[in-house]
Design a protein around this ligand. Structure first.
Ligand code: ZN
Length: 170
């Protein structure tokens, strides 16, 4: 496994439509392993292939809604499609391609995705809360969109501090 360079806002690769994955081979597996290592290193909860310069429909999301004695785990989504969403959540959202910037973004509170795994087998997966937010965010990367387009506004440091203080007291 190896760390890959995360492209930053402004890089033209981030604004392109990505093509489907057709070969479920060693090369894809290496890409997915590298993406996981890169995401963990950057302490993110999601990463899309175009963020590391590969214009293919592959993303990973860290599932953090786990039991107390369980570790968060990586969900790999190849050629993902959003099947269903419901509810709404609003809150700060960021992106490893736009470091240090958080926008106030409304997203569904639930999302169901159909995708293929690294061997090409189809499956469906549901996400709630942060995971639903990450599914929506990462899938949009595959269409060449960044969360900044969806942000109501970019949050100031003061707003972020206030938000997290109120969360802690909730
Ligand atoms: Zn992102």
């Amino acid at each position: 496994m190896a760390l890959r360079n995360i492209l930053k806002e402004g890089d033209e690769q981030l604004y392109k439509h990505c093509r489907p994955v057709t070969d479920f081979n060693e090369r894809l597996h290496t890409l997915l392993d590298d993406m996981a290592e890169t995401m963990n290193d950057a302490e993110g909860v999601g990463l899309a292939a175009p963020q590391v310069g590969i214009l293919r429909r592959a993303v990973i999301v860290l599932e953090t809604n786990v039991g107390e004695d369980e570790e968060p785990y990586v969900i790999e989504l190849i050629n993902p499609e959003l099947l269903e969403t419901s509810g709404e959540q609003e809150g700060p959202e960021g992106c490893l391609s736009v470091p240090g910037v958080y926008g106030w973004v409304a997203r569904p509170d639930y999302a169901k995705v159909r995708a293929q795994d690294r061997n090409g087998d189809h499956f469906e997966v549901e996400g709630h809360g942060l995971t639903a937010r990450a599914f929506c965010h990462e899938l949009e990367h595959l269409e060449g969109h960044l969360f900044l387009e969806r942000a109501d506004h970019i949050m100031t440091d003061e707003e972020l501090e206030e938000y997290y203080a109120s969360e802690e007291n909730a």
